[in-house]
Design a protein around this ligand. Structure first.
Ligand code: SF4
Length: 499
């Protein structure tokens, strides 16, 4: 998949008791987005993380969030690496009002522990990716609904991440999730491979799941993990630790017990990486792309490090209603897509984006820079990741042009919300004990999807931010100058490591 036009410029809050979710999904292929408001006390007011399953939003919901933010918060809106919205600095006196207005907009708060299963993600282009094997959005919605409306999943560990990949050219970075499903072709039919604790071949469960059994199988896998996991140590609750004490056979035996009657496990000996799969497109989240529906396009709108204003949300909602289908998608790349734009309307949408201070141009450097919340709003952060990410992007663009897309992931603490270990370059903020300048550990060679790889730490000691800029510049210059023709950054790094 390639962008078809790159020429343009450029205090102690409690959960509320609310009614349960409806148990039925709309018929057919349609989906109904729902959310959860999760007020978390943060440094200077509550933060609300608004669950947006599959990143699927309507234009009126964008408008509603813009109005809530304008009327009741500091004005800070962020698209997160799990395709949520976060709004911040909500005074305690406004929390009820915020909740009420989110509910009116179709974002449903739920009960205790509701944020433990994090927002379920799927490829943001699912449903219109010309190369996808199947539209995974409906299963994503159903899974999200089941997880947040059934008390059986309230005690699963916090930060439990789940993703469904549609097998197309755009990825949802499912590698870093506790539980993931990946669409593949098996004997001419679409099926899903399931991975627990990461999407590397050694975490693959070795089963093929028919689409109709996908949701039940994923829910059963969640229950198995929850039953087998270390219940005493919160640092070892993630799915990847199961493999240290349980064999694949034990996990599969547990799964067989948990599956509802009538669903049987289909095992496969085929290694996951040998199954048919498309080569990944780089940065499919920024630019203008053809959809599988003739004559229609989606536009990936650049939202640097996920920060967007209320007026920009309104502009996006208006463009979607006027020229699209009245919907938008948030992505795990911290930006936003407008789908179903006719060829004749592309120019008007581009102009509208520029008028709103946004743009749609893919940038080899900037489109792949993501950053977690960082010290401006997260109490765990050791650095101002978002500020540093923007500053690094400015610096690199001033000094270098790269001819291939590159991903740089800034994360502020070992929780790694921005998944530094799967970036081409990963930056993990170091503990700052004595008020010294923020510094980062540097990782190289990470990747996701078919390029799955965990980045290797290359800095001997944390690099202070001012030194980090030329440090990264030199890494990228070396790649551009010393690589083989057309060689990707990851391949160059891995080859260099091997010699
Ligand atoms: Fe906060 Fe750490 Fe997550 Fe960054 S990675 S948002 S610092 S918890």
């Amino acid at each position: 998949m390639k962008a078809i036009d790159e020429s343009q410029t450029t205090g102690g809050l409690s959960f509320l008791d609310v009614e349960p979710f409806p148990q039925e999904l709309p018929e057919g292929n349609s989906v109904e987005p729902r959310g959860i408001f999760y007020p978390t006390p943060s440094q200077d007011g509550a933060m609300a993380r608004i669950r947006v399953p599959g990143g699927y939003l309507s234009a009126p919901q964008l408008q509603a969030i813009a109005s809530i933010v304008d009327d009741l918060t500091s004005g800070y809106i962020q698209v997160t690496t799990r395709a949520n919205f976060q709004i911040r600095v909500i005074l305690p006196k406004y929390t009820d009002t915020v909740l009420g207005r989110l509910r009116e907009a179709g974002f449903h708060p739920s009960g205790p522990g509701a944020d433990n299963p994090r927002n379920v993600t799927t490829n943001p282009v699912s449903g219109f990716d010309p190369e996808e094997l199947v539209d995974t959005q409906p299963w994503c919605q159903e899974l999200a609904l089941r997880l947040t409306s059934d008390a059986a999943y309230r005690n699963i560990p916090g930060k439990y991440n789940i993703a469904i990949d549609s097998g197309g050219q755009a990825t949802v970075m499912e590698d870093s999730n506790d539980l993931s499903a990946h669409a593949v072709l098996a004997g001419g039919d679409v099926a899903f491979r399931i991975s627990l604790g990461g999407a590397s071949p050694d975490k693959d469960l070795g089963i093929l799941v028919a689409p109709g059994n996908l949701v039940e199988t994923m829910l059963a896998t969640v229950r198995v993990h929850n039953r087998l996991r270390d219940q005493t140590n919160r640092l070892r609750f993630r799915a990847k630790y199961l493999w240290e004490v349980h064999s694949k056979e034990e996990i599969l035996a547990g799964l067989e017990q948990e599956l509802p009657e009538g669903i049987l496990l289909t095992r496969t000996e085929l290694p996951r990486q040998l199954l048919p799969a498309q080569p990944l497109a780089e940065h499919p989240q920024a630019g203008v792309f053809l959809q599988k529906q003739p004559g229609l396009h989606y536009i990936g709108v650049a939202v640097p490090v996920g920060q967007v204003s209320a007026s920009q949300l309104r502009a996006l909602a208006k463009l979607s209603e006027e020229y699209g289908d009245g919907t938008a998608r948030l992505t795990v790349w911290q930006n936003l897509l407008l789908p179903n734009i006719k060829t004749a309307d592309l120019a008007a949408v581009k102009t509208g984006l520029l008028d709103a201070g946004l743009h749609w141009r893919q940038s080899n450097l900037r489109s792949g820079i993501i950053a977690c919340t960082g010290s401006r709003y997260c109490p765990y952060a050791h650095s101002d990741t978002k500020g540093h990410a923007i500053a690094l992007g400015d610096y690199l663009e001033e000094h270098l042009e790269v001819d291939q897309p590159i991903n740089i992931h800034f994360t502020g603490c070992p929780f790694s919300c921005a998944q530094h270990y799967v970036g081409d370059i990963g930056l993990l903020a170091a503990k700052n004990k004595h008020g010294t300048e923020a510094a980062y550990h540097v990782f190289e060679g990470g990747g996701f999807g078919q390029n799955h790889s965990i980045g290797r730490k290359v800095s001997e000691a944390p690099v202070p931010f001012q030194e980090l800029k030329p440090y990264i510049l030199n890494i990228l210059r070396d790649w551009q100058e010393k690589r083989n023709p057309g060689e990707t950054f990851q391949h160059y790094i891995q080859r260099a490591k091997a010699t």
